[in-house]
Design a protein around this ligand. Sequence first.
Ligand SMILES: [Zn+2]
Ligand SMILES: [Zn+2]
Length: 253
Amino acid sequence: MKITLLGTGTSQGIPVIGSTHAVCLSKDPKDKRLRSSVLIEWDNYAYVIDCGPDFRQQMLAANVSNIDGILFTHYHADHTAGLDDIRPFSYKNGNVLFYAKYDVIENLKERFRYIFTTKNKYLGAPTVVLNEIENKPFQVQNMRVIPIEVLHGEVKIFGYRFNNFAYITDAKTISDKEIDKLQNLEVVIVNTLRIEEHPTHFNLQESLDFIKKINPKQAYLTHISYKLGFHAEVSKILPENVFLAYDGLSIEI
Ligand SMILES: [Zn+2]
Ligand SMILES: [Zn+2]
């Protein structure tokens, strides 16, 4: 399995438009972060988790010529706003497979009505197949995927486990029952917003505490705000098995 971090930034990305903060002005390419998403490839399959506003740019940067589907963590715009740009894949292969829970599907239908409508659908619109999932394992091709329910403030959202890899973004709290599903991981990718606390996202201390609890071989931090600091500086203060992710990073498991 190959994991590519397509984006590692929080909702506005880094740099934030118009910001004069030193991290937003940094010349280090690792301080430039598109909105958070990952590409997961195994056998001949390619799936992305989330489809934010930078999706088109991310597909071009990673030289992706095919995806089979998208798993959604939640409906916030930084995870869904790129949906129109799946068209090259639906034109080429037909339906793109979506996996999401009920509230996400309802939200997408409202915001992207032209994609889901059956009446007078515009021929140029993407074509998709909706797979509604619940908090129990489901099959994606030959892969058993386990949803991990986490709280994003008050909103229940999903992370996903694929074999010994898990991707969790936008978490603020995770119950012990869900943490039990995250044992024996080779790699976890988990959100870390900044140093100070935030009502709906892990700060650095909270994500390090979470990583300690599940004890994976390696952990990568994503969904990062410029307020976390410079990539090079923050990397120095992390525990041995914890790394700051950056856009374009690939991990083979
Ligand atoms: Zn987000
Ligand atoms: Zn969110």
